[in-house]
Design a protein around this ligand. Structure first.
Ligand code: HEC
Length: 281
């Protein structure tokens, strides 16, 4: 009795699936999805071989320092890094006096309070301070950026599919709109205040290309600052800001797997030993 009931229930499920599939097919044939410029011209990030990829991946400290330089000299004009403190920079290989100097010379001051009047004031940042915000709040940011909001970059490589690859592709992806796009979608012309970039979700980004020329920054370590190099370096730096403990995580993973392997061998021999004097069969 149970079998035929089970069979009927199964048949019911199959019937429902077929029914909904049929309706989906009818809707698709009656109204096929309209192709959009986003769908046809959006590109996935180019894959880059990063030093921090794979189970043994490590940050390249020199690259992180170069990336920080790009952030400091270019991106910090618009983007904040509110979750990172100056003292965290010792992770990149800067000494404590160097970090102190970086904080002291930072272009934006940290908020403070006048000890006598109690009014809000500003002071030079200290190593323990987080990077001061570029704009005090969203309204001020939008007012300065033509209505667009430059997102905080602390976690951006975690917040976007493709992470560092995406940041690198986005920064190197600014270009003229392809003629083919305008021919197929005449309405999709990039508005005057936006910039065409096939790696950005809707193809038109409010950020003007920030890295426009080779040697826009002068690297202290003598690396040639091509646009591609600067984009890679800042993407690596933003991977560190989003996951400063990445190396610890990977090291722990390798150690745990190693431990489990040894433990497996030990338990195998223990098992052999326990059953050694029992006859087979
Ligand atoms: C002149 C101001 C300005 C500068 C300089 C600038 N940006 Fe932007 N950025 C913006 C604005 C505005 C947006 C928001 C764009 C939008 O939403 O259309 C943005 C968005 C972004 C985004 C997010 C894109 C997304 O998927 O939402 C990233 C990543 C980014 N910028 C990285 C950088 C990096 C890295 C630099 C330095 C090399 C930099 N930006 C320099 C203004 C700037």
């Amino acid at each position: 009795m149970v079998r035929p009931i089970g069979f009927l229930v199964g048949l019911g499920f199959v019937g429902v699936v077929l029914w909904s599939f049929m309706w989906g097919l009818i809707a698709y044939v009656q109204e096929p999805p309209v192709p959009t410029a986003e769908h046809e011209f959006h590109l996935h990030p180019k894959e880059v071989a990063w030093s921090f990829d794979g189970p043994f991946g490590k940050f390249d400290r020199a690259q992180l320092q170069r990336g920080f330089q790009v952030y400091k000299e270019v991106c910090s004009a618009c983007h904040s890094l509110r979750l990172v403190a100056f003292r965290d920079l010792t992770d990149l290989g800067y000494t404590e006096p160097e970090v102190k100097a970086i904080a002291q010379q930072w272009a934006i001051e940290a908020p403070s309070i006048n000890p006598e009047s109690g009014e809000t004031a500003t002071r030079k940042p200290l190593p323990a301070d987080k990077f001061p915000l570029t704009y005090p709040n969203e309204v001020a940011a939008r007012a300065a950026q033509n209505g667009a909001l430059p997102p905080d970059l602390s976690l951006i490589t975690k917040a976007r599919h493709g992470g560092a690859d995406y940041v690198h592709s986005l920064l190197t992806g600014f270009q003229d709109q392809p003629a083919k796009l305008l021919k197929e979608f005449p309405d999709a012309k990039t508005p005057a205040s936006l910039h065409y970039n096939p790696y950005f979700a809707n193809l038109n980004i409010a950020m003007a290309p920030p890295l426009v020329a080779d040697d826009q920054v002068t690297y202290a370590d003598g690396t040639k600052a091509t646009k591609d190099q600067m984009s890679r370096d800042v993407a690596a730096f933003l991977t560190w800001t989003a996951e400063p403990k990445l190396e610890n995580r990977k090291r722990t993973g390798v150690a745990v797997i190693g431990f489990l392997l040894i433990f497996t061998v030990l338990t195998f021999f223990a098992y052999k030993n326990v059953w050694a004097d029992k006859k087979k069969g």
